[in-house]
Design a protein around this ligand. Structure first.
Ligand SMILES: Nc1ncnc2c1ncn2[C@@H]1O[C@H](COP(=O)(O)OP(=O)(O)OP(=O)(O)O)[C@@H](O)[C@H]1O
Length: 437
């Protein structure tokens, strides 16, 4: 039935006439096309054909008699006067059969098997649910990791950023969350990863069982910025499709930084001037709108809980992407290289990280335990240089003595997995804080 409905829709969407324009200029990988300015809008798709390849380009700028288009691959083989076919706005049609599949942002299979499209094509630019009808953040989720089941809780519909330098464990943490978080469907956007990392993430980190309940949308670092840019909007479309069927969706995006870099490449090619340390001004509203599409649903729909990684070069949390994402989302998880270097994963810096679902995501007693845990770790870390220098005398400060005693247990607790959910994790934490563990 789905195949028939999908076929019916595709037939009804067919155009009787092909509309075409001509290439008038090819410069720095960007095409100028005449003859379609009456028809094309920003973001529309054009079809091209050379002796060797058929490929697409996207309209990234419009002038009175010319449109500027960025091809998805090198325009080698294209010549002045070549015909360009107008194809209209980009749409993908997610389907239940996409679970277990790896696709590209334009809905094409990457795993070598044919892919069936659903009956309802969606533009990549969907609106978020109306603010006034949206639910608030939902109930606490089990994540499989003590740190997120207690001190940094994740609730349904929450959007959290994971910030770290390169190689500090962002992808591994996303994989652990994909495996551990209790959700109906996982949608995983892999943006600008190296080619080998895609296979490693899917096979080694996700594994077959989790993949069965996931849709992976990927554009690797060697691909056109158009595909890298489309990855996050496409992942949101697929998430919205499942959310609107009442499913609880976990959206994992790795990384927002690569999305922003693709945005910058395309905006600059389209003539926009860079402003925010090289990023164009239009990127801020574009990123905020995408972030707004994740979050709680309305009515009978499910929620989209999102975790998005941000690459923070040199731990500079003030750099524009980190600063923007941190201010937009409902919490930030900071992974610290020094913690990874001593082998504690996930390398979460609990004191620098914040979940904005607190205090309401925890009971009064649990909030008290969270404060006590933070205070104990803070006390130990402030005194650590003194302790390491041998300047601490036991008995001089009982609260510091207690922090020194508890710190290794709390540090171990942060990295432990648990299958007990938040209540069980808080019981373990209570045992540690009372000295029973
Ligand atoms: N949970 C973990 N247990 C053990 N080792 C880990 C863990 N997480 C990360 N690592 C180590 O850190 C390395 C880098 O991890 P990962 O690829 O997740 O980092 P990343 O921050 O995503 O890197 P990049 O910025 O290059 O994408 C891994 O190859 C592994 O050696």
């Amino acid at each position: 039935m789905t195949n028939l409905a999908s076929l019916g829709h595709q037939i009804s969407a067919l155009r009787a006439l092909k509309e075409s324009g001509r290439i008038t200029s090819i410069k720095a990988g960007v095409l100028e096309v005449s003859g379609l300015t009456h028809r094309a809008c920003l973001g529309d798709v054009l079809g091209l054909e050379t002796n060797d390849h058929r490929f697409e380009a996207e309209v990234i700028g419009l002038e009175e008699n010319t449109l500027i288009a960025l091809p998805e691959r090198s325009p080698a083989g294209c010549a002045i006067g070549d015909s360009v076919e107008f194809r209209g706005g980009r749409r993908i049609a997610p389907d239940h059969s996409w679970l277990g599949r790896i696709i590209d942002p334009w809905g094409r299979p990457l795993d070598g098997r044919p892919l069936v499209s659903g009956p309802n094509p969606m533009s990549l630019d969907q609106s978020p649910p109306p603010a006034a009808r949206r639910r608030g953040l939902g109930q606490r989720m089990a994540t499989g990791l003590n740190v997120f089941d207690t001190v940094l809780p994740l609730v349904r519909g929450q959007r959290m950023g994971i910030f770290a330098g390169s190689g500090v464990g962002k992808s591994h943490l996303l994989g652990q969350m994909a495996t551990g978080v209790d959700a109906d469907v996982r949608v995983i956007a892999l943006i600008g990863e190296r080619g080998r990392e895609l296979g490693a993430f899917v096979n080694d980190i996700l594994g077959e069982e989790v993949l069965r309940h996931s849709v992976v949308i990927a554009a690797t670092s060697d691909q056109s910025p158009l595909l890298r840019l489309g990855c996050l909007p496409a992942a949101l479309c697929v998430s919205e499709f499942f959310r609107d069927q009442g499913k609880q969706v976990l959206l994992l995006a790795d990384s927002v930084t690569r999305f922003a870099e693709a945005y910058r490449e395309i905006a600059v090619a389209g003539g926009e001037s860079p402003s925010l340390r090289g990023y164009p001004a239009s990127m801020t509203p574009a990123l905020m709108r995408l972030a707004e599409r994740a979050g709680p649903g309305s009515g009978e729909s499910g929620d989209i809980t999102a975790l998005m990684t941000v690459l923070v070069a040199g731990s500079d949390m003030e750099e524009p992407i980190a600063d923007l994402v941190r201010g937009t989302l409902d919490g930030h998880i900071i992974l610290e290289r020094k913690i990874a270097e001593r082998g504690r994963y996930p390398a979460v810096d609990v004191l620098k990280s914040v979940s904005r679902s607190l205090p309401s995501a925890a009971s009064l007693i649990e909030n008290h335990m969270i404060s006590e845990m933070r205070a104990t770790i803070g006390l130990y870390e402030r005194a650590e240089p003194m302790i390491r220098a041998g300047l601490h005398s036991p008995g001089a400060d009982p609260s510091l003595d207690r922090a020194i005693h508890l710190w290794p247990r709390l540090d171990g607790f942060i990295s432990e997995r648990n299958a007990l959910g938040p209540e069980g994790a808080f019981r373990l934490l209570a045992d540690i804080l009372s000295g029973a563990r």
